[in-house]
Write a protein that binds this ligand. Structure first.
Ligand SMILES: Cc1ncc(CO)c(N)n1
Length: 232
């Protein structure tokens, strides 16, 4: 409602699309950000074989996520019209380098040999979805919305494991801090602001596509947690 004064009669209210969509799809959003696997980390009941499955699968996911973010970076340089977008995405891409190093250290700590891990179905499907989003047909506003959602689910989920009253096991707090820290929260907000800015100028077709892609990211995230909980 805060934009009421600035919106004209003929222009539909388009600001704050992401929050509108999250409200509309709140059940899938909650399912993705408060999954039983995440809650089990927070309450300390987590099954360590599930954690190890998640670790190995997420390592593979992140390796596929790097080219996706690189694609977002290229588009930020060409299509955004706002030079600061590039710095935001570049910061994210740079931190994926540390993230991969972190995964390797965790892999040795938990005896998970990444070289022998094969991607499970949910992982393959998620990565295929990311590849489709990299097509030049997909609008910048749509890929930015997807990018925000992918990061935000992890931020929301792992921050929950660090909130007051958590019983997160000490050996898992490193993972929680990686995505649950304040810097990552601010970064997600910067990405959200970029996406919102692009959505403000988007056509109704692009808005419909962005909403659909947002929901599909949430579904893939949910399936990813389900896969992890299933262990292997
Ligand atoms: C499945 C998945 N979604 C999101 C992220 C966040 O970067 C991740 N590492 N893995």
């Amino acid at each position: 409602m805060k934009n009421l004064e600035t919106s004209s009669m003929e222009e539909p209210e388009k600001t704050g699309m992401i929050d509108t969509w999250l409200d509309k799809h709140s059940s899938i959003y909650t399912a993705a950000t408060r999954h039983a696997f995440v809650v089990s980390i927070r309450d300390g009941s987590v099954d360590l074989s599930s954690f190890r499955t998640w670790l190995g699968q997420d390592y593979l996911f992140v390796r596929g996520f790097v080219p996706f973010v690189a694609n977002v970076l290229i588009r930020a340089g060409k299509e955004s019209g706002e030079s600061s977008d590039m710095e935001v995405i570049l910061g994210g891409l740079a931190s994926l380098y540390d993230e991969i190093e972190w995964f390797k250290r965790e892999g040795s700590k938990w005896n998970v040999d990444f070289s022998t891990i094969v991607p499970q179905k949910a992982n393959q499907e998620y990565r295929r979805f990311l590849e489709a989003l990299m097509s030049s047909e997909v609008k910048y506003a749509v890929i930015m919305t997807a990018f925000w959602a992918i990061e935000a689910v992890y931020q929301e989920s792992f921050a929950h494991c660090l909130e007051d009253g958590n019983k997160t096991p000490a050996e898992l707090t490193g993972a929680c801090h990686r995505w649950g820290n304040d810097g990552f929260k601010k970064y997600c907000l910067s990405v959200k602001n970029i996406a919102e800015r692009c959505l403000e100028n988007a056509s109704s077709e692009v808005l419909a596509e962005a909403e659909n892609v947002l929901v599909r990211v949430l579904e893939h995230e949910l399936a990813f947690w389900e896969m992890s909980r299933g262990g292997n």
